[in-house]
Design a protein around this ligand. Structure first.
Ligand SMILES: [Zn+2]
Length: 622
């Protein structure tokens, strides 16, 4: 189908000024050894060197990933096929000078990791994350792009992508580099399910900054492409869940986005040789796992919920710090507590509304996040905005040296989801409004029109939504810029949920992992600020010999020591600290771990008001 958007694109631009598209050719002669041969051609170039780059970052991933490391055998020719010299001024760049206005650069790519960041090439598939795959020429971002794949003969591959189709099934286009690099492409013999949904509301495109073939009243297509080793029946059941998730999320925002290609594509690889991940894009998402629908559908479907929510929150309600995405360096954002965290708040909430999990599972599932955020010492150093800014060091980042994250970091996914919970329950109990309503408000203020936001925009819109700018300022000062927390015990009580200690009266020394070694237990995880062992000077790598005169050589000893003491007891501790034998004092504390329990399971009365709030919060909105 010829793309209406491309036609529009060409019609809008004066044809004389429009440079020819950047053309990519991709073949797979050595796919069994995870290689592709890729060439990129630019014509109508001004004189001077062309700077070809491999990306160092990828949309939705916040740490640096040096994709240049998997490229070799780079060469270049001009329009007449004459060889051109290629120089390499830095690790990520190949410069080509002396051309005749046309350059074709060719290289071999090695790729063998199927997830949201990397590519994997083997006879079963070409799973391509574009920044990990394609070199691009600096300064030509606005040129249209055409890419042609030549699958291995007899492979049985098809294509799943948000790239624009053409009359040739293997040629796709993108209106520019930003869109191209945001369009992961899976070539494989996948199973496909697709269904139609109603398009955006009639007035939804009034202020749209981007043109879309999905106009008022049109319907849209949702596609689920799954590359897997299971059965058709498993795919059918999973597609039913996906459909319920899509409907529940559209009910939150009131309409789907006007997807640029008129469709949204879930691209899933559930294969033993894939790595677990999920990655959002404008009109598609990558879902990967080494597990299968047969054994883990319930575990996998959370990623469907999370990534689809991003088609509104992140892809269109978009942090200014990520727009446009910079492929040459790490992109730092203060807004990930909202972009990722509020999306994470909705991930399980949508599953319960869609009937995939139970309200009780949902309620108990809140325990982990609340426990982490309430008890972490890291809030002393950073609030949600500050945690967001650490993403370049934690989001699939790799390093060989130890870090102090146990004491200085809380995931902005977890932290943001807990702030989302606090805001939702506050809106419900204090304003008779909901976070659903506020997300829809933000969609109308920033999403439909794609006006990127900063933290202060959300604060202002919260004031407008509640009619109480003072409340919004206070909420943001204390809970977003600061690191105080809402009163979760009181807020959850409104829904008949009890936040209480997991192990009341238990004596506590620290949340650590221990391993038996000769004559003691080795501390294998960092100790946390404020916990008894940390305050006693115990750190990772130390070996604890005895506590309160009781020898410590096994997990059973560790439990016996805690059982024999009460919070407040102060006793002797003997440990080895990197060759130093230390005899000190340690004071048992109350176990700070928390859990959330429905009132009815805790022997408390669930009032009709609590029941009503819970039902409107966790019930289906379809
Ligand atoms: Zn996410």
């Amino acid at each position: 189908m010829p793309s209406p958007l491309l036609a529009l694109f060409i019609a809008l631009a004066p044809s004389t000024a429009e440079p020819p598209p950047v053309r990519y050719e991709v073949t797979f002669p050595n796919v069994v050894h995870h290689e592709a041969e890729i060439s990129v051609t630019l014509a109508d170039l001004p004189p001077g060197p062309v700077e070809f780059r491999m990306s160092r970052s990828s949309p939705g991933r916040y740490a640096l990933h040096e994709f240049a490391k998997n490229v070799h055998d780079v060469s270049a020719v001009d329009g007449a096929g004459r060889a051109l010299e290629v120089t390499r001024p830095n690790p990520y760049q190949w410069d080509v000078a002396g051309h005749d206005g046309t350059v074709t650069l060719s290289y071999t790519l090695f790729a063998d990791r199927a997830d949201g960041t990397y590519s994997q090439l083997d006879p079963t598939h070409a799973h391509m994350n574009m920044p990990a795959t394609f070199m691009w020429a600096r300064g030509h971002d606005n040129r249209a792009i055409e890419v042609r794949f030549e699958p291995p003969p007899g492979s049985g591959w098809k294509a799943a992508t948000q790239l624009f189709p053409t009359d040739d099934p293997w040629t796709f286009t993108a209106p520019g580099l930003q869109y191209f690099l945001d369009s992961p492409t899976e070539l494989s013999d996948f199973d496909l399910r697709e269904w139609r949904i109603a398009g955006p509301r009639v007035d939804s495109r009034a202020g749209s900054a981007r043109d879309s073939p999905a106009g008022p009243g049109d319907s849209l297509t949702v596609r689920l492409a799954i590359h897997h080793l299971g059965t058709e029946a498993e795919v059918d059941a999973y597609a039913e869940w996906a459909q319920a998730i899509v409907e529940e999320q559209i009910a939150v925002y009131g309409e789907p986005p006007a997807w640029d290609v008129g469709s949204y594509t879930f691209i899933a690889d559930y294969l033993p040789w894939a790595s677990g991940d999920g990655m959002e894009h404008r009109n598609s998402t990558i879902l990967t796992s080494s597990s299968s629908l047969a054994t883990n559908a319930r575990g996998l479907v959370g990623t469907v919920s999370h990534e689809f929510f991003h088609t509104w929150n992140v892809e269109r309600i978009r942090p200014k710090t990520l727009e446009p995405f910079d492929f040459e360096r790490a992109n730092m954002s203060r807004e990930l507590w909202f972009a990722e965290g509020f999306t994470s708040y909705y991930t399980p909430l949508i599953l319960v509304r869609a009937g995939i999990t139970t309200p009780e599972d949902y309620a108990r599932g809140l325990s982990g996040g609340l426990d982490v955020v309430i008890n972490s010492p890291a809030r002393e150093f950073f609030g949600p905005a500050g945690m967001s800014m650490q993403a370049p060091f934690v989001d699939a980042a790799t390093a060989v040296d130890p870090n102090n994250r146990t004491n200085t970091f809380i995931s902005y996914y977890t932290y943001g989801s807990v702030i989302g919970l606090g805001l939702d329950l506050t809106l419900r109990s204090r304003f008779d409004r909901t976070l659903d309503g506020f997300m829809r408000h933000l969609w109308e203020a920033h999403g439909e029109s794609e006006i990127p936001y900063v933290v202060e925009d959300i604060e202002r819109e919260l004031g407008a939504f509640t009619g109480d700018a003072g409340f919004a300022a206070d909420f943001f000062d204390r809970f977003v810029r600061g690191s105080e927390l809402p009163d979760y015990e009181a807020l959850l009580a409104n829904a008949g949920l009890l936040l209480r200690p997991l192990a009341p009266e238990a004596a506590f020394l620290g949340l650590i992992r221990l391993e038996p070694v000769d004559g003691g237990m080795l501390v294998v995880s960092p100790t946390r600020i404020g916990e008894p062992l940390y305050e006693a000077g115990v750190d990772v790598d130390h070996v604890i010999r005895s506590i309160g005169g009781m020898r410590l050589t096994s997990d059973a000893d560790w439990q016996a020591i805690k059982d024999a003491h009460a919070p407040g007891d102060e006793v002797e501790i003997v440990f080895d600290a990197r060759g130093r034998q230390v005899t000190g004092r340690v004071r048992f504390a109350d176990d700070p771990q928390l859990e959330v329990v429905p009132y009815e399971d805790a022997g408390r009365e669930l009032t009709p008001e609590m029941r009503a709030l819970r039902d409107s919060w966790l019930g289906s909105r379809r």
